[in-house]
Design a protein around this ligand. Structure first.
Ligand SMILES: [Fe+2]
Length: 324
């Protein structure tokens, strides 16, 4: 049977989701002004309501975790999809005075708005783009790390062989390892020859479907840093599998999809809602983009396998029996 569909194209690889990026912050006030008012995101109302930690929801599946502590700064950038660039720019302008004297800044590029948090973390704010980021109008589609020249290929090999991820090394612009995460999310490791800051301990958390095999392989290379609980372990070093050399450090919280928090529903608000222009029923974020197979991805008459006629006969006989 001549199948027009590429069935393998729908495989996600073993890393099924990037949930949170963990960045410690010294105080919640400036973080609230930046992440909640400026970016328009939502503080998780249920978990960590106090001043020792705040979770900030970014759409259906992603979060920032911000425990109180010394400021941590990711060596790279965090991509966010958020609708309406004009409204985003208005919000960022609104918090400018309150964040004076911090590392807060923002500027427009063609592709995205670049914003820096009060402690210097770079956030790239993209408008929704179904082709590029999938059917999301709010979420974290990628985290991009700056890595030393000559490490991208080794990093891709590590994620493929140890984590079972789908990977690509792209050479448009600076060479970069692209690690597929779930549906259209990515970890990107882009080579740079600029000096990189020392690793300060920020972390990312991903879910994996096959939880056991990556653990065995990481343990074999003596890379596990924490056996957290039944559904989580951690590692930090990404190594060259041929030489054992550490290529990059970033703590990974690896969780199984049996983890109790997997696919926890996240509350998101509509940042356009105000007391002056209040719209009844408009408090919640509206995930207006819907995913469609698209007309081009259907066949007018589904192809039937050779065994289909036998099955059809059996079904017809059953229906005739039932009608008697
Ligand atoms: Fe975490």
């Amino acid at each position: 049977m001549d199948n027009p569909f590429d069935r393998g194209a729908e495989n996600l690889g073993n890393i099924t989701g990037l949930e949170h990026v963990n960045l410690e912050i010294p105080e919640q006030g400036p973080a609230s002004d930046f992440y909640l008012v400026g970016l328009g995101l939502t503080r998780d109302p249920y978990m960590f309501p106090g001043t020792n930690n705040m979770w900030v929801n970014v759409g259906r599946t992603s979060q920032f975790h911000m425990p109180t502590g010394d400021a941590l700064v990711l060596r790279g950038a965090i991509g966010i999809v958020i609708p309406s660039r004009p409204e985003l720019l208005q919000r960022l302008e609104m918090v400018k005075d309150r964040l004076k004297g911090t590392k807060f800044s923002y500027k427009e590029h063609n592709d995205y708005v670049e914003a820096h948090c009060p402690w210097g973390n770079e956030i790239r704010l993209h408008e929704p783009d179904v082709e590029r980021f999938g059917a999301i109008n709010l979420g974290i589609p990628y985290v991009e790390f700056d890595v030393p020249t000559g490490t991208a290929a080794g990093i891709a090999k590590f994620y493929k062989e140890i984590l079972g991820a789908k990977t690509k090394v792209k050479t448009n612009g600076n060479k970069a390892a692209h690690i597929a995460v779930g549906l259209k999310q990515e970890l990107i490791f882009r080579e740079t020859d600029k000096a990189l800051a020392e690793y300060d301990g920020h972390h990312i958390q991903v879910y994996v479907e096959d939880f056991g095999k990556p653990h065995d392989k990481l343990a074999k290379h003596d890379l596990i840093t924490e056996e957290s609980d039944r559904c989580q372990y951690r590692f930090e070093d990404i190594i060259d599998l041929d030489t054992g050399k550490v290529l990059f450090k970033i703590e990974h919280e690896i969780r199984s999809v049996t983890h109790p928090l997997y696919l926890r529903p996240l509350v998101n608000r509509n940042p356009a809602q105000t007391n002056r222009t209040y719209s009844l029923g408009g408090d919640n974020w509206n995930p207006t983009l819907v995913q469609s197979l698209g007309a081009g991805n259907r066949v007018p008459d589904p192809l039937k396998a050779p065994k289909a006629s036998t099955i059809a006969k059996r079904r017809a006989a059953r229906m005739a029996d039932a009608a008697r």
